[in-house]
Design a protein around this ligand. Structure first.
Ligand code: ASP
Ligand code: MG
Length: 467
C-alpha cells in the first residue's frame, strides 16, 4: 500500500493511514510506501533554491517551518515514551538536510545528486514517524530508506529502476522483515544507483516506488491511497457530473495519467503489467468507498472512459522553408533534441510530407525544449532552411481515453462536433495507433467548455458504453 502526501499530511492523517495498514495487515502481509507530508517536498526544493541563491534568511525560515511541522506531528502522534527517540531521529534527518543545504549555499550551485539526496529526507521523516507510531500501537514496524532497496540508473531527478537488482535487494531487505513479522515502512520517491549515489524517481514518484516494489516482491495487489475516491471520468472541478470509474485497464489509466489526470504517476503501471498485479486507487479519507480497480483486461465491455485536460502547455510549430531540407529529418532531429533535454512530447501532429509539424510540451518544460531545439538546429535556423520556431502558449490539451475508442466509427466525429458546437476552436489533433486516446489541442480559453461538452456528448457521467 502507498500513502500519498495528504494521506500522511498530519498526525491525524498518519494515524488513519497506520490504522488502515494495521487492519489490512491482520488479513495478509502488508508493506507500506509513504510520501513526504503534503507540501514538504516543495518546501525542501524551495530551501535548496534559496541556498543556491545565497539567501540565508529564506533558508532559516524554511528550516523553522520544516522543523515545526514534523515536531508538531511527532508530539501529537506519539505517546510520551516514544517521543524522545523519534524527536532525535527527526533532529538527525534535519541536520542531514541542513548539511546538504549548507554545501549548496557554499557552492552557489545545486548539483542534481545533492538535490536528490536532500529531497528524499521528506519521505524519510514521514516514514520514521509512521513506523514509530505503528510500534507504539504494538505493530512491529521498521522505517526503510528506499535508497537501500530501489536500484536505479543515474538520471538524477528522474531516475528509472533497474528491476533485477531491485528485486534482489527487496527480497533481502523487505521480504525478510515481513517474514519476521515486521511491517516495512518504505520511503517513496527515492532510490540509489548501484554504487550508492542517491536518486529520485521524479515528482509524484512515490506511486512508482510502490509499483516497483509490488512487482519486485510479487505482491498480490497494490493499493494506492490518495485524497480522492478513485479515478474519475473527468476533473470534478470542471465537470460536476463526473463519476468515479469502478474498473479501468492499465492502458487506460496510463493514458489518463500521461494526459493530465493527477491521480497516478504516469510510470506507475509499467512494472505491473507483466505480472498483471491489480491496482486499487482508493481514498484514505473515505476508506469504505470501493475506489477504482485497475486491471490488465476488463470483465465488462470496452468503453470510452474519461476526458482529461492540461492547461499549462505550449504548442511549438516548425516549418521547413523549402524542399531543400527533408521534413522527416528535421522532425527526427527535433525529437532527438527534446529527448536529450528530457522534455516530454505530449502530442505530435504533422502535414503529409512533414514540411511542417507541431508538438505540445508542458509549460514548465518549454524553456528547456526551446534551448535544446535551437541549439540542435542552429545552422538550419541561421541559414533560413527552417522558418523561425513558433510558440503558442495560449492553448490547452484535451484527451478522450478508453479502450472502446478503438474501432467505434463516428466517435471522433461526435467529439469534434461537440467541441465546435461549444464554439471552441480546434488547433491540432493527434491519435496514437493504439486508438486508445484522441488528443485535441484547443484555444486555452475554450478548454473547460470543451471538456464539459465532450463529457456530456459521450455520456461519460453515466459510465455508458459507446457501442
Ligand atoms: N514527495 C514527492 C513529491 O511531492 C513524491 C510523491 O509524493 O509522490 O513529488
Ligand atoms: Mg502523488
Amino acid at each position: 500500500m502507498k500513502f500519498g502526501g495528504t494521506s500522511v499530511g498530519s498526525a491525524e492523517r498518519m494515524r488513519a493511514a497506520a490504522g488502515i495498514a494495521i487492519e489490512q495487515g491482520r488479513r495478509r502481509p502488508v508493506l507500506i510506501v509513504v510520501s513526504a507530508m503534503a507540501k514538504v517536498t516543495d518546501l525542501l526544493l524551495d530551501t535548496l533554491r534559496h541556498a543556491e541563491g545565497g539567501d540565508r534568511a529564506g533558508i532559516e525560515e524554511n528550516f523553522r517551518a520544516l522543523r515545526a511541522r514534523h515536531e508538531e506531528a511527532c508530539r501529537e502522534l506519539l505517546p510520551a515514551e516514544f517521543q524522545e527517540a523519534a524527536m532525535s531521529g527527526i533532529g538527525e534527518l534535519l541536520a542531514e538536510f541542513e548539511r546538504i543545504a549548507g554545501g549548496i549555499l557554499m557552492l552557489a550551485e545545486r548539483p542534481p545528486r545533492s538535490v536528490d539526496e536532500a529531497v528524499a529526507i521528506g519521505e524519510r521523516l514521514s516514514a520514521l514517524l509512521i513506523a514509530a507510531f505503528l510500534n507504539s500501537r504494538g505493530t512491529p514496524a521498521r522505517a526503510v530508506n528506499a535508497a537501500h532497496v530501489i536500484v536505479t540508473d543515474a538520471l538524477f531527478g528522474n531516475a528509472s529502476p533497474i528491476l533485477e537488482h531491485t528485486r534482489e535487494k527487496a527480497w533481502a531487505v523487505l521480504a525478510s522483515a515481513i517474514e519476521e513479522g515486521v511491517l516495512p515502512v518504505v520511503t517513496g520517491f527515492n532510490g540509489a544507483t548501484a554504487d550508492g549515489r542517491p536518486t529520485t524517481l521524479g515528482r509524484g514518484g512515490s506511486d512508482f516506488s510502490a509499483s516497483i516494489l509490488a512487482a519486485a516482491l510479487d505482491a498480490a495487489e497494490l493499493w494506492i491511497w490518495t485524497d480522492v475516491d478513485g479515478i474519475m471520468s473527468a476533473d470534478p472541478r470542471l465537470v460536476p457530473s463526473a463519476i468515479v470509474l469502478d474498473e479501468i485497464t492499465y492502458n487506460e489509466a496510463a493514458e489518463l495519467a500521461y494526459n493530465g489526470a493527477k491521480v497516478l504517476h504516469p510510470r506507475t503501471l509499467a512494472p505491473l503489467v507483466d505480472k498483471s498485479i491489480p491496482v486499487w486507487s482508493k481514498n484514505s479519507f473515505a476508506p469504505e468507498k470501493p475506489g477504482t480497480r485497475i486491471v490488465a483486461k476488463l470483465a465488462s465491455g470496452r468503453q470510452t472512459r474519461a476526458v482529461t485536460s492540461m492547461a499549462r502547455v505550449a504548442l511549438v510549430s516548425m516549418e521547413a522553408a523549402g524542399a531543400t531540407i527533408s521534413g522527416t529529418q528535421v522532425m527526427a532531429r527535433a525529437l532527438d533534441a527534446l529527448a536529450r533535454a528530457n522534455v516530454e512530447v505530449l502530442a505530435l501532429s504533422s502535414s503529409s510530407y512533414r514540411q511542417n509539424f507541431c508538438f505540445l510540451v508542458r509549460g514548465e518544460e518549454l524553456r528547456a525544449a526551446m534551448e535544446s531545439l535551437e541549439s540542435a538546429l542552429a545552422l538550419e535556423l541561421a541559414h533560413e532552411y527552417l522558418k523561425p520556431l513558433e510558440v503558442d502558449e495560449n492553448v490547452g490539451l484535451l484527451a478522450v481515453v478508453g479502450e472502446g475508442m478503438r474501432g467505434t466509427p463516428g466517435l471522433a466525429g461526435r467529439i469534434f462536433t461537440a467541441i465546435s458546437q461549444a464554439s471552441v476552436n480546434i488547433i491540432a489533433i493527434a491519435q496514437g495507433s493504439s486508438e486508445l486516446t484522441i488528443a485535441i489541442v484547443v484555444r486555452r480559453d475554450g478548454l473547460e467548455k470543451a471538456v464539459r461538452a465532450v463529457h456530456e456528448e459521450l455520456h461519460l457521467g453515466n459510465g455508458a458504453s459507446v457501442s
